[in-house]
Design a protein around this ligand. Structure first.
Ligand code: ZN
Length: 315
């Protein structure tokens, strides 16, 4: 931690830009959440931007009233991001988000350093700095919700790769003949193990259940739903085993809604993982994310912190 940012006065604003929800939050240098506010996301970038700006301005003014110095702002975007160019690449769910220079916009409007990344990298950074991955050198974060995102965090900095695509474990192909994925390819991990995949498998079994309902029924002992959840967790265990064989992280941190299913999901995940990972890494820790609902906004605030520190900036 840069000494100038230590102490109680500096605060970092985080904006989490989801498909249906916009959240603003702020954290201090220790990752303590200072405030949060949530609004439903208007459709399209053109309508969302003024709302986001108003939310950021109101957070900044609330922080200043508390005697805080607003030192940086981070943005976690729910879609692909060109990190080097600090622009959104587009959204699978909402129009107008192609090539939006979000960081530059907020930096010039609020006159503070700003940094943009996708929401999975933001969430992973938060878990690595403040959550289950703290005190670990190499953290692999896997967010399992409606879709599957991931992040590789090495010594407190996100490893983004040559094209900002590192950590995209959700689109690692497990079976080229498998079900169609949201990205257009076939047989990605996301198509086998995300919440939406649970829903698809339930429907194929003649059940009209959401992913969440499928998990709940599995926890209550429903045999069909249990088999579905075990199959999905098994696919994730395989993908994590492959990623660990390549990366050898200190810890793997599954987060998002699906890991909340409990042992009905975790047991087959761990079994598939230890069966398929390189033997030397079989004891790699798999530990649940700790920041829960606020991981996204804390991650965005962590990006704001890195903007202020000049850490991990695009080159
Ligand atoms: Zn895919």
């Amino acid at each position: 931690m840069d000494k100038t940012l230590a102490g109680t006065s500096a605060a970092f604003i985080g904006l989490d830009i989801g498909n249906t929800r916009l959240t603003v939050g702020a954290a201090d240098a220790d990752g303590c959440l200072l405030l949060t506010e949530e609004r439903s996301a208007p459709r399209g970038a053109e309508s969302a931007l003024p709302v986001l700006l108003a939310m950021a301005r109101s957070a900044a003014s609330a922080l200043r009233t508390q005697g805080r110095r607003v030192a940086g702002l981070g943005l976690g975007f729910g879609g692909p991001v060109d990190y080097a160019g600090q622009r959104t690449r587009g959204s699978f769910h909402s129009p107008g988000w192609v090539d939006v220079p979000l960081a530059e916009f907020f930096a010039s409007e609020l006159r503070i350093p700003a940094l943009l990344d996708n929401d999975a990298n933001a969430g992973g950074l938060a878990e690595a700095l403040f959550g289950a991955g703290r005190r670990h050198r190499v953290v692999l974060y896997v967010n399992v919700g409606t879709g599957i995102g991931g992040a590789i965090v090495i010594e407190g900095t996100v490893h983004r790769g040559a094209t900002s695509s590192a950590g995209e474990i959700g689109h690692v192909v497990l079976d080229p003949e498998g079900p169609v994925c949201n990205c257009g390819k076939r047989g990605c991990l996301e198509a086998f193990a995300a919440g939406s995949a649970l829903e698809r498998m339930a429907s194929e079994a003649g059940l009209s259940l959401t992913g969440r309902e499928t998990m709940a029924a599995a926890e209550q002992g429903d045999v069909v739903c249990r088999a579905i959840v075990e199959q999905a967790a098994g696919h994730l265990g395989l993908a994590i085993a492959n990623a660990v064989s390549l990366l050898d992280p200190d810890i793997v941190v599954p987060g998002g809604g699906v890991p909340l299913a409990g042992e009905v999901w975790w047991t087959p995940l761990r079994e598939a993982f230890s069966r398929q990972v390189v033997p030397a890494a079989a004891r790699t820790r798999l530990a649940p994310a700790e920041l829960g609902y606020h991981a996204g906004v804390l991650g965005a605030a962590a990006l704001g912190m890195q903007a202020a520190e000049g850490k991990g900036l695009p080159t």
